[in-house]
Design a protein around this ligand. Structure first.
Ligand SMILES: C[S@@+](CC[C@H](N)C(=O)[O-])C[C@H]1O[C@@H](n2cnc3c(N)ncnc32)[C@H](O)[C@@H]1O
Length: 268
């Protein structure tokens, strides 16, 4: 049995493929890449191609349809897992190409699980990569978190009720999969006075990359599935913060324990 390798390729710019990912692609492992429909273009494969790599003749596409039909999904997963096990049984490693990071909302973890159910002896190696939101923050020139700030990463499909609630709980919200909810989210951000501290990023790192700071103008637009929003709430009321392990704090505590006598609360 070969190894199943999840090769994170970053969100679009081949310069963000890690050295380990790059090496795996060139290791002689058989490439497998995800598509939504048979013979459709693969966003992940395109990243490798933009990086200057030729697609090996024996690269294999695995179909993962975008559907909520549980039966169709289960069938597709079973087919993809069975095909992967068949390939691994040839004794060669399989490098599964993943857009973004392979551990973040990625098909790879499901695939690895399904493969292990069929063949528990298969060794799985996950190569970490740059996630869409890390690249998006860099590209939009905003911080995901500074100092003691908190960040939540959520699929927007939980709805604006939950987003509204989380705005008060976190300094930054990363809203993934925003496509079907853009207008509703814009209404919420307008109501909360957060349009100016939010931004929208689409297909980051790809030639079609788009960074929108004036997000109100997205109203009514059909955006690409590969898009997200970063929402920052500078007015968030914070709780008490314990900084017991900091040296500065320790110096005010009793010499015998080295601990601060009381928690230091956040400024402001
Ligand atoms: C199935 S998840 C894949 C996440 C990916 N594994 C990662 O590490 O970011 C798909 C969602 O991730 C976000 N996403 C993925 N790639 C993106 C990109 N290049 N630009 C903007 N958002 C992206 C979008 O919110 C999209 O709906």
């Amino acid at each position: 049995m070969g190894r199943l390798i999840g090769v994170s390729l970053g969100p679009g710019d081949p310069e963000l493929i890690t050295r380990r990912g790059w090496a795996a692609l060139q290791s002689g492992a058989r490439w497998a890449y995800p598509v939504k429909r048979a013979e459709e273009r693969s966003y992940a494969l395109d990243i490798a191609v933009r990086g200057g790599l030729a697609v090996p003749d024996d690269a294999v596409e695995l179909v993962f349809p975008m559907t909520r039909d549980a039966v169709a999904l289960a069938k597709a997963w079973a087919r993809a897992a069975a095909r992967t096990v068949e390939l691994l049984a040839e004794g060669r490693d399989v490098a599964f190409l993943v857009e973004g990071d392979a551990s973040t909302y990625a098909t790879f973890r499901h695939l690895a699980r399904a493969v292990r159910e069929l063949a528990p002896e298969v060794a799985v190696d996950t190569i970490a990569g740059v996630s869409s939101f890390a690249a998006a923050a860099a590209c939009a020139d905003v911080a995901l978190a500074e100092e003691d700030e908190t960040v939540a990463i959520i699929p927007a499909a939980y709805g604006v009720g939950l987003i509204d609630h989380l705005i008060d709980e976190f300094d930054t919200l990363v809203l993934m999969k925003v496509k079907p909810l853009v207008d509703e989210i814009l209404d919420l951000l307008e109501r909360r006075g957060l349009l100016a501290t939010s931004c929208f990023i689409e297909k980051v790192g790809s030639p079609e990359e788009r960074v929108v700071h004036d997000i109100a103008r997205l109203r009514g637009e059909t955006v690409n599935y590969l898009s997200l929003m970063l929402v920052q709430n500078p007015k968030r009321a914070r709780g008490e913060l314990r900084r017991g392990c900091r040296k500065r704090a320790a110096s005010v505590g009793p010499a015998s324990t080295g601990l601060p006598t009381q928690p230091i609360t956040e400024a402001g």
